[in-house]
Design a binder for this molecule. Structure first.
Ligand code: SF4
Length: 95
């Protein structure tokens, strides 16, 4: 069974000029799973500082939250399945 077929949405990743701020809730979640240190610095496993810098300037129009959010927040979202050729495969469950 192809897991991608479980994805409800395919959301294009777009470039933004200014990085979108993480919400306090997203920060708290990142912190609780050890992906952010006490200084608020992100530590994503397997993501190099260069990639992180690029990810900060990317965003998606989230179909679940119905608003534009930074790609980093999307990347750590429980609905995030994978990213293939600039598109996020999103499970689309209510958040
Ligand atoms: S993975 Fe999460 S943040 Fe990203 S588009 Fe889907 S619901 Fe929105």
């Amino acid at each position: 069974m192809n897991e991608l077929s479980e994805s409800k949405y395919v959301v294009p990743v777009k470039q933004v000029e200014k990085s979108l701020k993480l919400t306090d809730q997203a920060k708290a979640e990142l912190h609780s799973v050890g992906m952010m240190d006490d200084k608020g610095k992100l530590k994503l496993k397997g993501v190099s500082p260069k990639m992180l810098k690029r990810m900060k300037l990317e965003a998606v129009d989230c179909p679940v939250l119905e608003k534009e959010i930074g790609f980093i927040q999307c990347y750590v979202c429980k609905n995030f399945h994978s990213r293939i050729t600039g598109q996020v495969y999103c499970k689309g469950d209510p958040l």
